[in-house]
Write a protein that binds this ligand. Structure first.
Ligand SMILES: [Zn+2]
Length: 95
């Protein structure tokens, strides 16, 4: 008989997401592109002008609770971001 349930996960963890102009994108470093969360056909290549500007706009931090990568905009005035993986507040450290 076939097994109806698969326990293993396809991804070790979720891709970080980042919002630009009200559109939320996955940041896929493997494919070097942003993909709109709600429309995977909407892609922005890192090498394109718009994509490069998006990459430059934020940096990645790891959630200390669940290891999810989180995007933090350089210009943010917040002290923390909410983890997209576990929902906890993750403090932003600045040099
Ligand atoms: Zn987390």
């Amino acid at each position: 008989m076939e097994t109806g349930q698969k326990k293993e996960r396809t991804y070790p963890r979720r891709l970080p997401t980042v919002s630009f102009d009200g559109v939320e994108y996955f940041m896929d470093e493997r494919l070097h592109e942003f993909r709109a969360v709600l429309n995977v056909h909407h892609r922005v290549d890192f090498q394109s002008g718009a994509g490069a500007a998006m990459v430059d706009a934020f940096y990645l931090i790891d959630c200390p609770h669940c290891n999810q990568e989180l995007c933090v905009f350089w210009w943010t005035i917040k002290d923390s971001v909410v983890c997209t993986g576990c929902g906890k507040d993750v403090p932003i450290s600045r040099e």
